[in-house]
Every structure is written in C-alpha cells, then in structure tokens.
Write a protein that binds this ligand. Structure first.
Ligand SMILES: Cc1cc2nc3c(=O)[nH]c(=O)nc-3n(C[C@H](O)[C@H](O)[C@H](O)COP(=O)(O)OP(=O)(O)OC[C@H]3O[C@@H](n4cnc5c(N)ncnc54)[C@H](O)[C@@H]3O)c2cc1C
Length: 387
C-alpha cells in the first residue's frame, strides 16, 4: 500500500510512524524546508491529560466578548472584525457548550493513551527530546476556579486520570521555586510529562528516513487530486492549512487558526521552575526543556492567519515569569507565535473524507496536538488498514 501524508508536523510524523510500523510505503510531503517548522515548533511542551478541559464554556464566551472592547488584560482575544468563517466557527463553539463534559472526558481518555504511546515510541526509537517525567502542577487563584477544578477533576477521574489536590507544603517540596506563593488551590498530575515537540518530530523523521521506513518529499501541495492517482491513500495532516487542502476536493473542514505565543528563556538560572506549571487564571503554561531552557506559553487570539509577533503579547509572558520567579534570569529570550488548528468541538478530525474515499484526515488537534497526536496517528493507521 502506498500512502502520501501531507504535512510533517506532529500529526503527520506520528501518522507516518504508525503506518511505517505496518510496512506501508509512506511518503511524507512537507511544504517547508524542514519538518515541524509551523505550529509544532515552539509550543508549551506539555504532554498533558490534565489540560483536557474543553474550552466550550459560557465563561470563555464572556471573556472573548469582553476582549472585543478591552484586549489589554485578556488571555483570550477575539478580533471583532466579522468574517463568515470566524462567526460560523464561534456559533458551533457555543452550540457545543452543552457537550463540555462529554468532550472533556473524551479528550482526557485519548490523552492518557497517547502519553503512554509516546513513552513506547521514545523508548523503542531511543529519541532524545528533553522529555521530563515530573508531572504537571495546576495553580488556581480563587474559589470560583477551585470549584471548577473540582468539577473537572470528577470528569478526569471517570476518564481514568489521577489528578489530586496538594497542600502548599507539598507544592514547595515538588517545586521549590514556588516557595512562599499563596494560591487558593493546587492540583498535581504525576503521570503528565513535558518535552520538546520540535526535537521529537525532527528526531523521529530522521530515524524513519535513515531506516528507510519513509521517504520525504519537499513540496507545497495545492490540490490533493494531484496525488490521489499515484497513491492508494492521501492523508491530510496540514494543521491550520488543512481546510485549504480539503477545499481542493470540495470539502469543508471547521478548523480556525487560534494564535498563541511562547517565549523560550535560555539559561533561566537556578530560580526557575523545573516541574511543568499551568496557571489557570492567566492561562499560562511552562515546561523545562533540558537544563538550560524554560518554555512559557499562553494567549488564544482569534485573528485569522496572522503570525506577527506582537510585543504586547510577549511582554506579559515575561512579566508573569518575573512576578512568579523574581530571581529568574531573563537576559536571553526567544519569542515565537503559532496557530492552533482548532475545531469548534475541540476534538481532532480523524476520518475518511466524505468527498473522496482515497483521502483521510488527521487534523484539528487545537491546543493539545502534542498531547494527542500519538493516539490519533495510531488510530488513523488502524482505520486505514483495518476498516
Ligand atoms: C502557543 C502554543 C502552545 C501550545 N502548547 C501545547 C502544549 O503544551 N501541549 C500540546 O499538546 N499542544 C500544544 N499546542 C498545540 C500544538 O502545538 C498543535 O496542536 C500541534 O503542533 C499541531 O500539529 P499539526 O501537525 O496539526 O500542525 P503543524 O505543526 O502546523 O504541521 C502542519 C505541517 O503541514 C505543512 N503544510 C501545510 N500545508 C501544506 C501544503 N499545502 N503542502 C505541504 N505541506 C503543508 C506545514 O508546513 C506544517 O509543517 C500549542 C500551540 C500553541 C500555538
């Protein structure tokens, strides 16, 4: 069987891995010069079942609406300029608020399985990607957020995730850099991990090419139909660009590009955290990537396919670090912006095309593409081979 995969981000690379395991002849097609140069370049680094909570909530709708008037202090920002794509996406997002619990449960279930698949791949292929097995700490600033955390924890428990509340003393032991920080509540998920998505993608792709398990083709695809004659199947893993490819075969995919920012602090010093954090109030995540890098990521901006790095978004991330860790060294900082391929129901699209039976999709992984891709890559490989 000959399969072409369009896109060498995390979804394309993991799909290529699982198909090549089954001796499928895989060609990975990437429009950029190297793999993982788009959204899978410098994300938050978290492999986090504990961040499975669906964004579909009235609280987020209100925050988004407020940001249209005052965007200064908002982690969620909607550009008020109306476009049909954005409005239609937002309507579907609101429609899915009623499914919040079901979606959260489903994402959490997939994430748990995915994280154990990463363990398997990392071990089997001896991949080095600054993986850290120290868990993730969630910080909640006020009573309202704590109440929501307890509600979400019940869903996580049903999905099989062990996330539990810890005391301040326990927090200071797990992450001493947070000593003296006072919060309303703290939750800890020991089974969650972190790692460098870019290193993982590059490492795995190089290994697959070296072992002659896949071929890579450097080419920007405009029309999927150009490939359906020469391959048995074409799989679209093109992140936020997937809707353009789907359009070439007359299909609509409800994926909106939701922009986020990260900063990578080089040599942050001894007073920076090593355990991964998620500050629920500010919606900021951190990951320690090796000894010398701290990744800090945040913001969700609905502003189309815009990748400008705006200082007004970078500065709050730096300020957050200085407030949380006053002794941190912030002399060397690399800012980055990326577009999350978000579906309005937060669930990735892993299915055969309705317009062309030779085309499949593994895309739309939103804010959790690093976490979920091992699972959906394996799922898609099994669907193609056994359905
Ligand atoms: C700020 C930020 C923080 C995040 N933090 C986390 C986190 O902590 N944990 C987590 O799980 N997820 C996180 N995410 C989400 C995660 O990074 C994404 O979901 C994931 O990287 C998407 O991977 P992808 O393979 O779908 O897309 P991409 O990585 O964008 O890959 C798509 C590839 O397809 C190629 N392509 C597109 N169109 C074509 C074409 N026509 N022809 C050929 N090639 C094409 C592109 O060049 C690209 O290489 C974060 C995202 C952002 C923006």
């Amino acid at each position: 069987m000959k399969v072409a995969i369009i896109g060498a981000g995390i979804t394309g690379v993991t799909t290529a891995y699982f198909l090549s395991e089954k001796k499928v002849d895989v060609t990975l097609i990437e429009g950029r010069r190297y793999p993982a140069m788009a959204t899978s370049y410098a994300n938050g680094g978290q492999l986090s079942a504990s961040n499975s909570e669906a964004w579909n909530s009235w609280h987020n709708v209100k925050t988004g609406l407020k940001s249209m008037i005052n965007r200064e202090h908002s982690s969620l920002i909607i550009n008020p300029f109306p476009t049909i794509t954005k409005l239609s996406w937002l309507c579907k997002f609101i429609y899915n608020i009623k499914n919040n619990e079901k979606i959260t449960h489903e994402i959490c279930r997939m994430a748990i399985k995915s994280i154990s698949l990463y363990e398997h791949i990392a071990k089997k292929e001896a991949l080095e990607f600054d993986k850290l097995d120290k868990g993730i700490i969630h910080l909640y600033a006020n009573k309202k957020h704590t109440q929501n955390a307890e509600y979400v924890n019940n869903i996580y428990r049903k999905a099989g995730l062990n996330r539990f509340r810890i005391t301040h003393e326990e927090l200071y032991k797990i992450e001493p850099s947070l000593k003296n920080k006072k919060l309303d509540s703290i939750f800890y998920t020991p089974s969650d991990k972190t790692g460098d998505i870019h290193k993982f993608c590059i490492g795995l792709t190089n290994k697959l090419i070296k072992n002659k398990k896949i071929k890579i083709l450097s080419c920007n695809v405009d029309d999927i139909k150009e490939y359906t004659d020469n391959f048995d199947f074409v799989i679209v893993c093109a992140g936020v660009y997937s809707p353009y490819l789907a359009k070439s075969i007359g299909e609509k995919l409800p994926i909106y590009p939701v922009k986020g920012y990260s900063i990578t602090i080089n040599n942050p010093g001894r007073n920076a955290p090593t355990v991964s954090l998620l500050d629920d109030f500010n919606k900021i995540v951190t990951s320690r990537l090796g000894r010398n890098r701290l990744r800090v990521a945040g913001f969700a901006e609905f502003n189309g396919y815009n990748l400008d790095i705006i200082q007004n978004r970078v500065r709050p991330l730096i300020k957050w670090c200085m407030d949380m860790f006053p002794e941190i060294n912030t002399k060397d900082i690399k800012p980055w912006a990326g577009l999350r391929p978000m579906t309005p129901n937060m669930l990735p699209i892993v299915r055969q095309s309705k317009a062309n039976a030779k085309v499949w999709y593994n895309t739309g992984h939103g804010h959790l593409g690093w976490t979920l891709s091992a699972y959906t890559g394996k799922l898609l490989a099994e669907k193609i081979l056994f359905d």
